[in-house]
Every structure is written in C-alpha cells, then in structure tokens.
Design a protein around this ligand. Structure first.
Ligand code: ZN
Length: 104
C-alpha cells in the first residue's frame, strides 16, 4: 500500500511521486523551498551592504530537505553556496561546512 513519507497518509489509491510524497505534501515542500531560497537571496543581498555574515540556518534547512529527498546535486549546491558567503562563525556553520566535506 502506498504511504506518503511526509504526512503518513496511506491508501491503495493514494498517488505518490518519485520521492514518495503525496501531492499536497509535495506542493507544501516546494513552497517552503521557494520561501527559503528567497530568504537566502535577501540575506545575501543585505549582507553585501552590512557585511555581518549570513545566518546558516536557512541553508541548513534546505540541505536537510535535499538530503531527505536524496537530491545530492542540490544538497552540494546549497552547501557550496553557504561556503561562498561571509558567515558568522558558530557550531552550526562549522557543521554545515563539515557536511560539505562529507558529501563532496
Ligand atoms: Zn503527504
């Protein structure tokens, strides 16, 4: 029986996509992804002016999302994008960069 890995909905007639999520979950996920990407663009623009360094959490969220989906290419891309920024040194930032080494 088909079962959505995000919301846990199941049924014989439930349609799942390649990532084994149902349509509403897929849509929600895409909305979150778009929001995070927009947020990151804003952060990076803002940081060009202020140079405080970007916060790692939106990058980390996206990287986790891509990892869950086994989208290796996008996971590396977002980690590299983070590594190319000025960032505030923190355990979270270190963890992200460690992860880039792992997946590379
Ligand atoms: Zn679902």
């Amino acid at each position: 029986m088909a079962k959505c890995i995000v919301c846990g909905k199941k049924g014989f007639f439930l349609k799942l996509n390649r990532e084994r999520t149902c349509a509403p979950c897929k849509q929600k996920e895409e909305e979150i992804e778009q929001k995070l990407l927009r947020y990151i663009s804003d952060l990076e623009k803002e940081d060009k002016a202020r140079e405080w360094g970007v916060a790692p959490w939106p990058y980390e969220m996206l990287a986790s999302m891509y990892r869950q989906k086994k989208d290796h290419r996008k996971e590396v891309a977002i980690l590299e994008r983070f590594a190319a920024q000025k960032y505030v040194c923190s355990p979270q930032a270190e963890r992200l960069l460690e992860r880039l080494k792992e997946v590379d």
